[in-house]
Design a protein around this ligand. Structure first.
Ligand SMILES: [Ca+2]
Length: 458
């Protein structure tokens, strides 16, 4: 039997010399979220697109492909707020229900506020190394809005909704950051983001901490060039000539340009996955590929056969491609039609990182059993809201999915009810023959609007 002093020394040894969190650190997984911009469900090869995306398709061959996965919004800023906070964007302090505009004076004072808790912050506090590479779009006026103020050890990328792919400026304003400072870079934005990710992954070989990398490509979103004649920024497609040749079979000019920007993105994803493997990290990393919302037809995207697009709440705006890959944990080459959304990532990641989320108000579910054992997540209820946006001439939308039923009210006040089980492409509006259902869903929508806005953190 140990002498009581010895026993105390032994206990102290285990607490201080052999800390439990070091043991856990070796076992805890890394997380890599590959987040693309305005890439619709018909803009990914393995979902049926004519655009070749062999590297994204490879993720599906090695992982789980989601058929009913939703983004938190059909617009960039609220979608990003949702995925990073695990909370419905309607709960955001600044009511981030539309796109933050880089040139707007009002939006210099709006963004993700210091009181909001991000997944990066929680992981950082629990011993993870955290990085955001690429697009932010959650605030750009003050340091308090930058990723480094919201849990990211490293930020390399841009704060606005898009960038000139060749000059790393928004129009003619520099918007390429290294942490809290703008830096000048030459190259092609998609490649710079890829190279930065490769650099980060290489550094992880010798890093004791597990990592969380939010790899947020701006592609295949249009670029923001500068019109010298008008002296103002303009939206332009920015493919490279060499990439255009690879998709020369696509007849429509804008679609071809979008496809060229998409193949460059897919190359980048391939390089990042190679880097993950070459650095011996891929077995212990959960890789999540998804897009921020549906594509815009004006700029070459496609959500066929689903109805609607970016900035609408029909399925085409919010039902997005999503693939998760984790060798040995998630079965390869599988699919699921379980109804899930971006807000499920926060609690799922915390589960795998062994972090307690008690005390946080989260709007998603832990998907760990679905991922590793294909357990059903049951019936879900999702609510989306888009705010009016004068500059972009957009109005307010709300939508509610309850089980297979979906209610939508669009910016003109028109209402729709669809049974997604029999009508996933939202062709049969059942507003006249489902009046009972209409009343239930309208009432629940009203409740959620009030409940979520009253829960805003002050
Ligand atoms: Ca977007």
């Amino acid at each position: 039997m140990l002498h009581s002093h010895n026993r105390i020394y032994l206990i102290l040894f285990f607490i201080f010399v052999f800390p439990a969190n070091l043991l856990q650190a070796a076992e805890r997984p890394n997380f890599l979220i590959i987040f693309t911009d305005d890439q619709g469900i018909n803009d990914v090869g393995c979902y049926g697109s004519e655009i070749p995306t062999p590297n994204i398709d490879q993720l599906a061959k090695e992982g789980l492909l989601f058929r009913q996965y939703y983004s938190a919004s059909s617009i960039c800023t609220p979608s990003r707020f949702g995925i990073l906070t695990g909370r419905n964007p309607s709960r955001s302090q600044d009511q981030l229900l539309g796109a933050l505009m880089f040139m707007s004076q009002v939006d210099k004072n709006r963004g993700i506020q210091p009181g909001e808790t991000t997944i990066a912050e929680v992981l950082q506090q629990n011993g993870y190394q955290t990085a955001l590479i690429g697009k932010w779009h959650l605030g750009h006026g003050a340091k308090t809005f930058l990723p480094t103020s919201h849990g990211f050890d490293l930020f390399r990328g841009h704060t606005g909704g898009c960038i000139d792919y060749f000059t790393m400026t928004y129009g003619n304003i520099p918007d390429w950051y290294h942490n809290q400072r703008t830096v000048s870079e030459n190259g092609y934005a998609t490649d710079l983001i890829t190279e930065e990710a490769e650099h980060f992954l290489k550094s992880q070989q010798t890093e004791e901490k597990p990592f969380f990398l939010f790899l947020s490509y701006n592609a295949p979103h249009f670029g923001k060039g500068w019109s010298p004649g008008d002296q103002r920024p303009i939206n332009i497609m920015q493919p490279r000539g060499s990439d255009l040749k690879r998709v020369g079979n696509i007849q429509d000019k804008v679609r071809r340009e979008f496809a060229a920007m998409t193949v460059a993105l897919d190359d980048g994803i391939g390089r990042v996955m190679t880097s993950l493997k070459n650095n011996g990290l891929d077995e212990n990393t959960l890789v999540i590929f998804m897009t921020d919302h549906g594509g815009s037809y004006v700029y070459g995207g496609s959500n066929q056969p689903f109805r609607g697009a970016k900035a609408s709440l029909f399925e085409g705006g919010i039902r997005v491609p999503c693939i998760m890959r984790w060798p040995g944990k998630i079965q390869a080459a599988t699919e699921t039609s379980e109804v899930t959304w971006a807000l499920d990532l926060f609690p799922s990641i915390c589960h795998f990182a062994n972090i307690n989320t008690d005390g946080l108000t989260l709007d998603g579910l832990n998907l760990s059993d679905l991922l590793t054992q294909k357990t059903s997540v049951g019936t879900r209820e999702f609510f989306w809201q888009l705010g009016p946006h004068k500059e972009l001439k957009r109005g307010r939308w709300t939508a509610l999915r309850q089980g297979d039923w979906k209610y939508i009210q669009n910016e003109e006040g028109e209402e729709f009810i669809f049974d997604l089980k029999s009508d996933p492409y939202e062709k049969q509006n059942q507003i006249t023959n489902q009046t009972g259902k209409l009343n239930i869903l309208q009432k629940r929508r009203d409740e959620l609007v009030n409940e979520l806005s009253s829960s805003i953190k002050k």
